[in-house]
Design a protein around this ligand. Structure first.
Ligand code: FES
Ligand SMILES: [Fe+2]
Length: 420
């Protein structure tokens, strides 16, 4: 069933009242209003999504000078390029004349972007190269008409962007992940596969599902067999403790078991969440595959399988699950009030050869299978939550703790928009 989100009697006063009602009912799921209101969605984009650091791509996807790709967020289109100096840049895909999109092709290599409307020409660093016959206007300054730039930060081959011109460099904060993330040598990794799951519901329902593993035991039987996150910590503590005691020696990586958490309201800067921890796999499982057996060569400088997996968060919408032999990146992007892109990217060593060193089906099986299960339960969630009879229930104190942190940040950010 598709939901047409509508809220005919919406206003700032209504939003204010709904936020007050949430404050009076902490540690509970939030009202369906927040998933259906156009007024709320517009505020989310302006005050939350376009002020946050978001994973854009991997540097290996733009290997050559003048390579480019498009990335859509909401109704916005962004061009990411490797300019003539070899730098990664990002711009709004909006002509500085009368606003036409200057690039329609998803990926490619070109020296310039020529606007299809009146033919203004832009270099791959965004500067305006030519504006046909505009010399007739004495006050026209080409330097003032570059494509609108977007902030980028590159960390270990991962490219992040932020549409807030005031955002500080994200890579400084990501340094907190250097030891455990560096183990995988992502700079020398390649994208083995990526897939966008377009889910017909509000982005928060898709993200919220990722932020809790209360549903793992019931919805993800294959995942739950290998991963300790499906159980409360007290039950799995001996498995995790043993893995953490041995991880540095087995993997050969100092700091492999490091834990660090500055997310949502605790992030050092707005929209710049940074998180890592390493958790255990059950006996017999070496990696995130259907049977727990390795599916690719060991990544980076990792010497052996330690029975653990690295959990990372970079910004409010981007995450990584890093096994010794492959890494899986998750990114959640709103496309409209009732449509979300959930992007998965599978990384392996850059010199791993498909068909010889890894089989793409086997490599992607677990998280593709798990994502389809998620899509199914998210849609069921959306159907019930959108009902006029839905009453928000209590969160689980441990399993849904991270989800609560997101919701608190979300409500706090929305509330701050009322004072503007
Ligand atoms: S809108 Fe691009 S040249 Fe006119
Ligand atoms: Fe799930």
């Amino acid at each position: 069933m598709q939901f047409i989100a509508e809220n005919l009697e919406d206003s700032t006063e209504k939003l204010s009242g709904m936020l007050a009602a949430e404050k009076a009912r902490p540690q509970h799921a939030i009202d369906r209003y927040f998933y259906r209101s156009h007024l709320v969605y517009e505020r989310e984009l302006k005050h939350l999504i376009f002020r946050s650091w978001i994973y854009a791509c991997h540097t290996s996807e733009l290997p050559e000078i003048n390579d480019f790709m498009l990335f859509d967020i909401g109704e916005e289109s962004i061009i990411i390029t490797r300019d003539s100096a070899g730098e990664i840049c990002a711009f709004h895909n909006i002509c500085r004349h009368r606003g036409a999109r200057v690039c329609e092709k998803e990926t490619g290599n070109r020296k310039t972007f020529v606007c299809p409307y009146h033919g203004w020409v832009y270099n791959t660093d965004g500067t305006l190269k030519a504006a046909r016959e505009m010399h007739m206007r004495a006050d026209f300054d080409p330097d003032e008409h570059s494509l609108i730039p977007i902030k980028t930060s590159v960390f270990m081959g991962l490219v992040f962007l932020n549409c807030d011109p005031k955002a500080n460099d994200f890579s400084k904060l990501l340094e907190n992940l250097r030891e455990p993330l560096g183990a995988y040598d992502l700079e020398k990794a390649k994208v083995a596969h990526k897939h966008t799951y377009r889910i017909a519901t509000n982005w928060k329902l898709v993200l919220e599902n990722y932020l809790e593993c209360y549903h793992c035991a019931t919805s993800h039987r294959a995942y739950a067999k290998g991963h300790t996150l499906k159980d409360i910590y007290e039950k799995v503590e001996p498995v995790v403790r043993q893995m953490l005691e041995n991880t540095e020696e087995i993997t050969g990586i100092k700091g492999m078991g490091k834990a660090y958490e500055r997310i949502y309201l605790d992030a050092e800067e707005f929209g710049a969440c940074v998180y890592t921890s390493r958790y255990g796999l059950y006996d017999g499982y070496k990696t995130g595959s259907e049977d727990g057996k390795p599916v690719a060569p060991l990544m980076g400088s990792i010497k052996d399988y330690d029975g653990g997996t690295g959990d990372f968060q970079m910004g409010p919408l981007s995450f990584m699950l890093n096994y010794p032999d492959h890494c899986v990146l998750y990114r959640f992007i709103p496309r409209s009030l009732t449509s979300t892109d959930m992007e998965l990217v599978w990384f392996v060593n850059e010199d791993a050869c498909e068909g010889k060193d890894y089989d793409k089906e086997k490599l992607t099986w677990l998280w593709h299978h798990t994502s389809l299960e998620d899509e199914y339960i998210i849609n069921r969630n959306s159907e019930g939550l959108n009902s006029r009879f839905f009453k928000p229930g209590p969160y689980h104190p441990e399993f849904e703790a991270t989800l609560q942190k997101f919701v608190n940040w979300y409500l706090h950010t929305l509330e701050s928009t009322l004072k503007l």
